[in-house]
Design a protein around this ligand. Structure first.
Ligand SMILES: Nc1ncnc2c1ncn2[C@@H]1O[C@H](COP(=O)(O)OP(=O)(O)OP(=O)(O)O)[C@@H](O)[C@H]1O
Length: 200
C-alpha cells in the first residue's frame, strides 16, 4: 500500500490555501505536517480524508487491497471529537465500530489503551477536555484503518497522555500503518518525514 499526493492543491471558498504538495508514503511511514496558523494543515488533512474536494493534482492510494481510496482507508481525527455528548463513552465507541466496520479492540480495551479504563459508562458530555480527546483517540482503535490522519491529536492532552499517544502511533507504524499528523508540538515518534506548509 502506498499513499501518494501529487502536486496536490486545496482551496477554501475561492481562495487557494495550498498547492503543489507532493509526497509518497509506504506502509510504516509517517509524515508530520507543520506550519503557521492558516497555512492549510487542516485543509490538507480534510482533502486527504475526502471531506473537501481536491482542487488541483491528486491524492491516491496504490495497492490498497480492500480499500478503494484514501477516504475509505483512513481514520480521520479532526479538531472536533465526533462524539455525542448524551451517549456514554462506550455507546459512542460502539456506534463508531458499527459504522466503520472492521472491528479491532472492544471499547473497554480501547479505553484502557488511552488510560481511561472505568469511565465507559459516563456520558461523553461529563468528560474533561483531555478525557474527551483521549476517548476520540480510542475511536482509532475500535476499527481497523491502515491510514491515520490526525489533526492536532495532542490538543488538550497531559504529558502522560502525550506519551501514550506516541506509543499508539509508533505501534501503528510498526504494524505497517501510515500516519499523517498536523501539529504544532513534537509528537515523540521517531523517524517521521516532515512537511512544512507556508501561508500563501
Ligand atoms: N470554511 C472556510 N471557508 C473559507 N475559508 C476557510 C474555511 N476554513 C478555513 N479557511 C481558511 O483556510 C486557510 C487555512 O486554514 P486551515 O484551518 O487549513 O489552517 P491550519 O494550518 O490548519 O491552521 P491552524 O494552525 O490555525 O489550525 C485559513 O486562511 C482559513 O481562514
Amino acid at each position: 500500500m502506498r499513499l501518494i499526493a501529487d502536486r496536490l492543491g486545496g482551496d477554501r471558498g475561492s481562495e487557494i490555501v495550498f498547492s503543489d504538495i507532493s509526497f509518497s508514503l509506504a506502509q510504516g511511514d509517517g509524515l508530520v505536517v507543520t506550519g503557521a496558523n492558516g497555512s492549510g494543515k487542516s485543509t490538507l488533512l480534510r482533502v486527504m480524508a475526502g471531506l473537501l474536494p481536491v482542487a488541483r493534482g491528486s491524492i491516491r492510494l496504490e495497492d490498497g487491497g480492500e480499500f478503494e481510496d484514501v477516504a475509505a482507508a483512513c481514520h480521520y481525527l479532526g479538531h472536533e471529537n465526533g462524539m455525542k455528548t448524551a451517549l456514554t463513552v462506550t455507546e459512542n465507541l460502539l456506534f463508531w465500530q458499527d459504522f466503520l466496520g472492521a472491528p479491532r479492540l472492544a471499547p473497554d480495551e480501547a479505553l484502557e489503551a488511552v488510560g481511561l479504563d472505568g469511565i465507559g459508562h459516563l456520558p461523553f458530555g461529563y468528560l474533561s477536555t483531555g478525557q474527551r480527546r483521549r476517548s476520540s483517540i480510542a475511536r482509532l482503535l475500535v476499527s481497523h484503518r491502515p491510514i491515520w490522519l490526525l489533526d492536532e491529536p495532542t490538543a488538550g492532552l497531559d504529558k502522560a497522555s502525550e506519551r501514550r499517544l506516541a506509543g499508539l502511533m509508533t505501534a501503528h507504524l510498526a504494524e505497517g500503518g501510515i500516519l499523517v499528523a498536523a501539529t504544532h508540538l513534537p509528537l515523540g515518534v521517531e523517524g517521521m518525514q516532515a512537511l512544512e506548509m507556508e501561508v500563501l
